[in-house]
Design a protein around this ligand. Structure first.
Ligand SMILES: Nc1nc2c(c(=O)[nH]1)N[C@H]1C(S)=C(S)[C@@H](COP(=O)(O)O)O[C@H]1N2
Ligand SMILES: [Mo]
Length: 258
């Protein structure tokens, strides 16, 4: 896919977020002074919203090969004991599939070979964990945006949820399974990838084999490892405890911008 088309899709998603504001700002035919002052306020708001969005759509800093951390620290789950996951590891992930479903026109079931054949990106970025450590790693993966385009998001879709294979906390109701979510601005960001390689090698189990999310404008806990399923949804209330992620359900911010 050409960079042009990619960029258009990404801007479309960004534009959708501002659509309502643009509509009000376009209604310039009416020159009633009261309406004018409302319009001026809307324009100020429009500028601020646009600036906030520009920050979100700009690229995270990328580093050089020499900056790669020799010992990228693993954190959280590092070897999930969940039986389905253990079986997949023993099988070398040969039967493993990523499912993309929910509010999509065409649900997808993709093998690792399918993902390696999809439009890809490689990036060397710094991972910042809220616990106060950082590591720099090189990630290669399938760009999420073209995959979502292939599945065809329905108009009601507003978030994508990443369902993971690991249970980080044993709870009677199953809400201890790791998950994360993004809005469509981050989902279509050029650096948002489903990584299958780290530092030019297949992603190791400790870092989320066979597939993990990289969303480089956000903190470590958003970088879901062991991703099994990407589900497009209209809202987050019905998933886990309703806050959009395992750590969000336990008090962390949903938007973990850096
Ligand atoms: N599935 C899953 N994803 C996860 C976690 C986890 O425990 N399970 N921990 C998160 C946290 S807090 C961090 S800092 C990073 C750690 O990624 P790493 O192990 O590659 O360093 O993964 C994030 N993604
Ligand atoms: Mo973290």
């Amino acid at each position: 896919m050409s960079g042009q088309t990619d960029r258009r899709g990404w801007l479309q998603a960004a534009g959708a977020a501002l659509g309502a504001l643009w509509l009000s700002a376009c209604n310039k035919l009416n020159d009633n002074p009261k309406v004018q002052s409302t319009l001026q306020k809307a324009e100020g708001l429009n500028l601020r919203a646009q600036r906030a969005l520009l920050t979100r759509t700009s690229l995270a800093r990328e580093f050089g090969e020499a900056d790669i951390s020799p010992d990228f620290r693993p954190n959280g789950s590092t070897n999930p004991s969940d039986p389905d996951y253990q079986a997949a590891v023993r099988n070398g992930f040969a039967d493993w599939r990523l499912v993309i479903d929910g509010l999509v026109e065409t649900p997808l079931s993709l093998s690792l070979a399918d993902l390696r054949a999809a439009p890809a990106r490689t990036q060397i970025t710094r991972h910042d964990c809220v616990e106060g450590w950082s590591s720099i790693g090189k990630w290669t993966g399938a760009r999420l945006s073209p995959l979502l385009d292939r599945a065809g998001l329905k108009p009601q879709a507003r978030y994508v949820v990443f369902h993971c294979a690991d249970t980080l906390e044993e709870t009677p109701d199953g809400t201890g399974r790791y998950y994360e979510s993004l809005d469509l601005v981050d989902a279509h960001h050029p650096q948002t990838i489903l990584a299958y390689a780290m530092n030019d090698r297949p992603l190791p189990v400790a870092h989320g084999a066979p597939l993990r999310l990289r969303v480089e404008r956000q903190l470590g806990y958003k970088q879901a490892k062991y991703v099994m399923r990407v589900e497009a949804v209209a809202d987050l209330a019905a998933i886990g405890r309703g806050k959009g992620g395992f750590w969000e359900d336990r008090g962390y911010e949903w938007y973990a911008g850096i």
